[in-house]
Design a protein around this ligand. Structure first.
Ligand SMILES: *Cc1c(COP(=O)(O)O)cnc(C)c1O
Length: 230
């Protein structure tokens, strides 16, 4: 069995080194453990090694784990594609949603967020490499959508998320992350108050940190290679 504790320690070390190298404050970069396809016991192992924030992509699988691990004080992030008929359980069971890409979804999450919970934290997903196969909005659509969504009650627009197209060298990896950072800065200069850049995965974590990531989403480097869903 893979040693999740050891892998997590290695990821924490790389994160610390990247922060130092690029003059970032370590406290400004949160590690999100992406646990899709992993059994609840793997998440519990990561929790026992100090990890509390988990990202999930598939709703039913996530709900099963949230229930199985309800005895632990975990923070749950939904990072997968959202169907509009599935917003209610997301609004009820998650702390963050990174993959909002249309007003209708944001409206439903706002309406369905239970009043006894703190507002749901939202990131808008940007299709930063403009890939036809990827979800997310374009940078051109962003300013208007961000203004509309930031006005909704029961949700808090925190920032932007992207899954850039893979690039194999460090300088090329930095380019889309830099564009996302600029988009965030532009929104803030237009009066929004956003503090989150959800960017950086196992293959491009350092490039994302170099460009200002505040939340890296790491799966493979913690839990090992995923077997594709059947
Ligand atoms: C799977 C996934 C990740 C983690 O990717 P790794 O390469 O395994 O680190 C991060 N973000 C999203 C949106 C994902 O779907």
């Amino acid at each position: 069995m893979r040693d999740i504790t050891q892998a997590l320690t290695q990821v924490q070390d790389s994160l610390r080194q990247a922060a130092e190298k690029h003059q970032r404050n370590l406290a400004d970069i949160q590690l999100l453990a992406v646990s899709k396809t992993r059994p609840a016991t793997d998440l519990e192992a990561a929790y026992n090694a100090g990890q509390t924030a988990f990202g999930e992509n598939y709703l039913q699988e996530a709900l099963d784990k949230i229930e199985a691990l309800q005895h632990l004080p975990l923070e749950w992030h939904f990072i997968g594609p959202i169907q509009s008929n599935k917003t209610k359980p997301i609004a009820e069971h998650f702390d963050w949603v990174h993959s909002v890409d249309r007003l209708k979804i944001a409206r439903r999450l706002s309406e369905q967020r239970p009043p006894d919970l703190t507002p749901l934290n939202i990131c808008l997903q940007i299709n930063i490499s403009a890939e036809a196969s990827k979800s997310g909005i374009t940078l051109a659509e962003l300013p208007a959508l961000a203004q509309e969504i930031s006005a909704l009650p029961n949700i808090t627009l925190r920032g932007l998320m992207a899954i850039p197209a893979p690039a194999d060298n460090f300088d090329d990896q930095r380019i889309p992350h830099r564009a996302l950072k600029k988009a965030l800065d532009d929104l803030n200069s237009q009066g929004l108050n956003l503090d989150t850049l959800s960017m950086g995965m196992s293959g491009d974590m350092e490039a994302a940190i170099a460009e200002g990531s505040t939340m890296v989403r790491i799966g493979t480097a913690i839990f090992g290679k995923r077997t594709p869903k059947a």
